[in-house]
Design a protein around this ligand. Structure first.
Ligand SMILES: [Ca+2]
Length: 443
């Protein structure tokens, strides 16, 4: 008998309120009866093929079988889209750590493993303990423009947090004439009534525009202490045409110092008219970003219909939006003059149909040895956790996990314990934790 945890009943404040197992090779065996609540067991998901190890041997059969939106688009190199299906062998236990979040967006771990969690529309920040208890909302969060895609987005703790107590927030800043992404930092007074002290805005995306979309917002600290901020092109045409224009922050990834200063080795500091914070150009809307084991920056980029991208972000390069790309307008009209052009970077991988990537994490933990070095992407419209295996900077396998839950997944991040933490999107969003499940004993 298989139980499907369609609705996980949460016990207030209790850890392991509900658990589920996925990824079992064969789920014919009944779940192990436990003391209180028998974990529900469901079959491996992904594309429904039997589970098998991915290492060194992919199925050779593309994971994606739906027809492309832009069938005439041709990949620039083999393996740029529709990689072979791979399958996680480790059974996965899903624990609902906490629920009832309103549009949760991001998680950042404090040194003691409690989590800072943002909620987008209300601009709320709270501290969640590993057993799921929520603090009162942290006071002193800046005012946000919480319409549509706007609000409070990412949170990171400063590299010097142990001494400075500095936390960094990205958000849609309400401004005269519209809004723009801003990054602020403040000291966290981590008390029973937590608050932010000494808030200072360290970055303001320019120009201001009246748009409720595509401002990016992901924060990534590099080991050299610089801070990458991903931005978007604001969706409306007036913004989109600035995505490759170095006089505008739209469609850029910028690199700043934690206090808002400009690193001297940024690529355009000496280019006349260029904004000195720009690191790369030609992005549409980057919501997912992570460093790999060589400290290179990778991004998952929300594309048009048929054109979501994975990009390796390299200093000073132009990723081509909206001049080149693989997708089309949601109306079906063409956007791009071509899929390739000299001087414009190709994505390492693209999705057609799209997955709608939220966050990106690159797994380096010990709990899931078979995931080491894999890319985990939060899938919104795809309602999945997408796993990519790469070799030599090429995608060699793709898997979609958790599809039976039908959750839009907004955030994925690795915890200090090596577990994978997720936030599901929307009202009633959940904080989920993935750990390996102990296999049921052989009957
Ligand atoms: Ca591109």
């Amino acid at each position: 008998m298989s139980l499907r945890p369609r609705k996980l009943a949460a016990t207030a404040g209790s850890f392991a309120a509900a658990t589920a197992l996925i990824g079992l090779a064969a789920c014919n065996k009944p779940p192990v009866p436990s003391q209180k609540q028998a974990p529900a067991v469901v079959e491996a998901k992904g594309d429904g093929e039997p589970t098998k190890p991915w290492v060194g041997a992919t199925s050779g059969v593309p994971l994606e079988t739906a027809p492309p939106n832009v069938p005439q688009a041709k990949a620039a190199f083999p393996g740029q889209t529709r990689a072979a299906a791979i399958h996680t062998e480790t059974p996965i236990q899903i624990t609902e750590v906490a629920g009832d979040f309103d549009e949760p967006w991001a998680i950042a771990f404090l040194p003691d493993r409690r989590m800072l969690v943002t909620e987008k529309h209300e601009g709320r920040l709270s501290i969640v303990s590993p057993d799921g208890k929520k603090s009162p909302p942290v006071a002193g969060v800046p005012k946000v423009d919480g319409k549509d895609q706007g609000g409070l987005l990412d949170v990171e703790i400063g590299p010097d947090y142990a001494k400075s107590k500095l936390v960094y927030l990205s958000y849609y800043e309400p401004r005269k004439g519209g809004n723009g992404l801003a990054v602020a930092r403040a000291r966290l007074a981590d008390t029973p009534a937590p608050k932010l002290d000494g808030l200072k805005v360290v970055f303001r995306m320019e120009p201001t525009l009246d748009s409720s979309k595509h401002a990016g917002g992901r924060l990534v600290f590099a080991p050299d202490g610089t801070l990458f901020v991903t931005l978007g092109e604001r969706s409306i045409l007036e913004g989109r045409v600035q995505a490759r224009d170095l006089k505008s922050d739209f469609g850029k990834i910028v690199r700043i110092l934690p206090d808002g200063g400009i690193p001297k080795d940024n690529p355009f500091v000496d280019a006349p008219g260029a904004r000195p914070e720009i690191w790369t150009a030609g992005h549409r809307n980057v919501l997912g970003a992570a460093l790999d084991s060589k400290n290179r920056l990778w991004v998952a980029e929300m594309g048009p219909r048929g054109g979501d991208e994975l990009n390796l972000v390299e200093r000073g390069k132009d990723y081509g939006w909206p001049t080149i790309g693989y997708g089309e307008e949601y109306s079906g009209k063409p956007i791009h003059s071509s899929t390739q052009a000299p001087g414009l970077e190709q994505p390492v991988y693209y999705w057609d149909p799209v997955i709608s990537p939220g966050a990106l994490a690159i797994y380096s933990g010990e709990l899931f040895p078979e995931w080491k070095g894999n890319f985990l992407i939060a899938g919104l419209s795809s309602q999945a956790l997408i796993r990519l295996a790469l070799e030599n900077d090429r995608v060699v396998g793709e898997e979609r996990l958790l599809m039976d839950r039908k959750d839009r997944i907004r955030e994925v991040t690795q915890g200090p314990d090596g577990a994978v933490y997720l936030l599901t999107d929307g009202s009633g969003g959940k904080l989920l934790k993935l750990t390996p499940a102990s296999k049921p004993p052989t009957q």
